[in-house]
Design a protein around this ligand. Structure first.
Ligand SMILES: Nc1ncnc2c1ncn2[C@@H]1O[C@H](COP(=O)(O)OP(=O)(O)OP(=O)(O)O)[C@@H](O)[C@H]1O
Ligand SMILES: [Mg+2]
Length: 493
């Protein structure tokens, strides 16, 4: 038996109305990459907070190097070499890379900061991990991907022995994900144990040695990667058989043009043109930073249009604010839902009905029954894990917050839905539901534009695909020309 450097026994964590962790066991070996999977709200992030000392368990024990603890504090976790890369990067953008790496543990010589030594050491670390950037650059000057890789290098330069990554690839493009894998492999070879949380199973099969599944706060099983497969994991995560991942493509007789953009130009995009017809899903592919999100924002009225025009139902319209966009029947479901799509201090109920209050009017009054029904439906359909509709959104898990935003926009009577990475951070069960909902919208004559970095999703759901590169539309693919190779070629050629 390989020794574990970390073991959890019977760990339980309760929140008002929620058993986030229910008598959970977990073990981690030295130098392994251990993936943790489960549906939104399964307890993954909570377990990681228990390990980093942010949450104190109500019951159970944590054994590190054979020593049992009833709970850890932020200080003791640090001392034991447990470190976490956060989703919201906590580096300071106005400082240089070396300043970020040595923040709080500066090298001092003769009472003064030894700037030279820190720069030299930071550059050595960056080259050790094959990162082609200079430590004297400001954090703000490098891409989000590099900012995250610097965070990992920083953790690696301390005494880290257990590194936790919670959905690390969310902001990364395909080639950047490759860089992340290489970093993870280096750490592993140096004997660091990595706990890797992700909803993307392809990723897990690529990088992990073992996989542990959680469901509803409970430990379900641990497998060697070689001894399991996607179907088995999905069954364990969801607790039931989950037919075909992508529902059969609904092909609608295409109606008239709902939307046309002609040579749209903003600071970020150049002469981008597209058209969307009734009953159609138009996919938009491309690398991170290629202008996909900006194209959606321009159409919606969130970014200033420098030149070009937008036509709705073949009539030119002036959309210069999101308010105009909504007024013209557009809905934008943003990528960064936590920042742009939610009222965190309000309840699930208020968030879901907020954008569609008009629909619930009975004369001059809001109809409580109809609102209750709509919110209840959304909770069931999308599987939003919440003790009830009154729960504050900020107390939901990351993925469940995302589901609330989706539910909110699905309730509106918009005609055109602009989805930006609709299933990022969303679990497998709900993903299927979201695809079904998109098909329902399609059947009722709406139009959808969907930006996605998930190749399978893009190919599985789109009727046509536009590929963007450097702020321009690099090409359009339809029917038989929709292949992964063609998308990649246009995106990076
Ligand atoms: N501070 C809190 N107060 C109340 N409930 C909480 C709190 N933190 C987490 N929860 C609840 O505990 C459960 C587990 O949440 P957790 O964040 O661990 O899920 P997760 O597996 O990380 O999900 P996701 O994939 O969506 O990130 C959820 O039902 C969540 O709403
Ligand atoms: Mg989480």
């Amino acid at each position: 038996m390989t020794e574990s450097i970390l073991e959890l026994h019977g760990v339980t964590k309760l929140f008002p109305g929620v058993v986030a962790l229910d008598n959970v066991d977990f073990s981690l070996r030295r130098g392994e990459v251990h993936a943790l999977v489960g549906e939104n709200g399964a307890g993954k992030s909570t377990l990681m907070k228990v390990l980093t000392g942010m949450n104190h368990p109500d019951r159970g024990s944590i054994i590190v190097d054979g020593m049992p603890y009833a709970g850890l504090t932020i200080q003791s976790a640090k001392r034991l070499g447990i470190s976490m890369i956060y989703q919201e990067l906590n580096n300071i953008r106005m400082l240089t890379i070396w300043e970020n790496i040595f923040l709080g543990r500066e090298i001092v010589k003769g009472g003064l900061l030894d700037r030279k030594a820190m720069i030299a050491e930071a550059d050595r670390l960056l080259s050790e991990f094959d990162l082609a950037i200079s430590s004297t650059q400001k954090m703000a000057e490098v891409t989000v991907a590099y900012q995250q890789l610097v965070e990992i290098v920083k953790a690696a330069s301390t005494n880290v022995r257990i590194l936790i990554m919670d959905e690390p690839t969310a902001p990364l493009s395909i080639d950047e994900v490759e860089m992340l894998y290489q970093l993870v492999r280096k750490l592993k070879n140096a004997g660091v144990s990595v706990i890797y949380i992700s909803h993307r199973l392809e990723e897990i099969f690529e990088i992990a040695d073992r996989i542990t599944v959680f469901r509803d706060g409970k430990y379900i099983a641990t497998h060697l990667v070689a001894e399991t497969n996607e179907d088995m994991l999905i069954r364990e995560m969801v607790g039931r058989e989950l037919g075909n991942y992508y529902p059969p493509r609904v092909v609608m007789p295409l109606g008239p043009n709902l939307l046309e953009a002609k040579k749209l130009t903003t600071i970020k995009i150049h002469e981008a043109s597209l058209r969307l017809r009734q009953g159609e899903i138009l996919g938009i592919g491309g690398l991170i930073g290629s202008g996909r999100t900006e194209l959606l924002r321009a159409i919606f009225g969130a970014d200033r249009i420098v030149s070009g025009e937008v036509l709705l139902d073949s009539k030119r319209v002036e959309i210069s604010t999101p308010y105009d966009g909504i007024g013209h029947g557009l809905a934008l479901i943003p990528e960064d839902r936590k920042q742009h799509g939610l009222l965190l201090r309000m309840s699930v109920r208020d968030n879901v009905i907020f954008a569609s209050l008009k629909k619930f009017l009975r004369g001059f009054l809001l109809s409580p029954d109809r609102m209750k029904q709509a919110v209840g439906n959304a909770i069931v359909r999308l599987g939003i894990k919440t003790p009830g509709p009154g729960q504050l959104v900020k107390l939901l898990s990351g993925g469940n917050q995302q589901k609330v935003v989706l539910a909110k926009w699905m309730e509106t009577n918009a005609k055109i839905f602009l989805f930006d990475e609709p299933t990022r951070g969303i679990d497998v069960g709900a993903r299927h539901e979201i695809y079904e909902l998109m098909n329902t919208l399609k059947k009722s004559g709406k139009g959808i534009i969907m930006v996605s970095s998930d190749m399978q999703e893009l190919i599985g759901m789109s009727d046509r695909i536009l590929v963007m590169k450097d702020g321009r539309v690099a090409g359009e693919l339809g029917d038989a020309s929709i292949t992964q190779e063609n998308i990649m070629r246009l995106a990076s050629a």
